[in-house]
Design a binder for this molecule. Structure first.
Ligand SMILES: [Zn+2]
Length: 261
């Protein structure tokens, strides 16, 4: 990170947060008001940097607005709390369509070595280098319901964290080598377990889309971690603990903050 960039970011984070943006958070980021005060301020600063640095593009007739920028940035920022972050360094553009879009091609993802085949409707897509593609319909629906375990923005930005180390494999950059060993072992076990349950037609707490690839498992587990923390920690305690370590927060505590108000 260059010194100039660092100073610019510090300046951005120190600027007052626009009151219209606060209204957007109230409306479209229900987790915001449950965060403790220092976390709210940290989140605001991260939102300012993301909105300033990333190129938000409306596609398919969608007109880009601050509501869309702030809603997406707030969810992306939630994944960055409490860490020394470089703000998704590989991500340049966030492309937003009005409704779910269709991928009509076959794409080979080099690092992951697997193929995504079309045509298939996708809610959001993080495999393109340097871009996250989202549909505003799904972003806003997922954002307003923060309890159903589905959140396409958290999902796609979890993929972004995953690929920061150059490979899309369900293993994001971790602090130390023992962290990698633990995470890989846990990911292997949990992923296998989910695949077996899906093969047997059993119902699962985690979204079964997570059984399609280890990277999808990590993204789906991230959605559950933030949206269904109590259920996830009850049914997958070891997974919950690892995610708590990785995300440096415990969303179960938000319930307490909500009651305290
Ligand atoms: Zn995915």
């Amino acid at each position: 990170m260059f010194g100039l960039e660092k100073r610019q970011r510090e300046r951005l984070r120190a600027e007052p947060f626009p009151s219209e943006w606060l209204l957007v958070l109230e409306r479209n980021a229900p987790f915001y008001r449950r965060l403790p005060g220092p976390d709210q301020r940290e989140l605001q600063g991260h939102i300012r940097v993301i909105v300033a640095e990333k190129n938000f593009e409306g596609c398919g007739g969608l007109e880009m607005t601050d509501e869309i920028r702030v809603t997406i940035a707030a969810h992306a920022a939630l994944l960055l709390l409490h860490r020394d972050t470089d703000y998704y360094p590989k991500l340049r553009s966030i492309v937003v369509y009005p409704a779910a879009f269709v991928v009509n091609h076959t794409e080979v993802v080099e690092e992951g070595g697997f193929t995504v085949e079309g045509p298939e409707a996708r809610l959001g897509e993080s495999w393109h280098h340097g871009a996250v593609v989202l549909s505003w319909d799904d972003v806003s629906a997922g954002a307003r319901n923060f309890h159903d375990g589905y959140n396409v923005v958290l999902h796609e930005f979890a993929h972004q964290l995953d690929q920061e180390d150059g490979s899309v494999d369900g293993v994001p950059p971790l602090d130390d080598s023992s962290g990698y060993r633990t995470w890989r072992r846990l990911l292997e076990d949990e992923y296998r377990e989910l695949r077996e349950a899906v093969a047997l037609g059993e119902s699962t707490m985690l979204d079964q889309y997570g059984a399609t690839h280890p990277a999808e498992f990590f993204a789906v587990a991230t959605e559950a971690f933030f949206e269904k923390p109590v259920q996830l920690s009850a049914t997958h305690p070891a997974l919950y603990e690892e995610l708590k370590k990785f995300y440096r927060q415990d969303p179960r505590q938000w319930l307490g903050y909500a009651w305290a108000r």
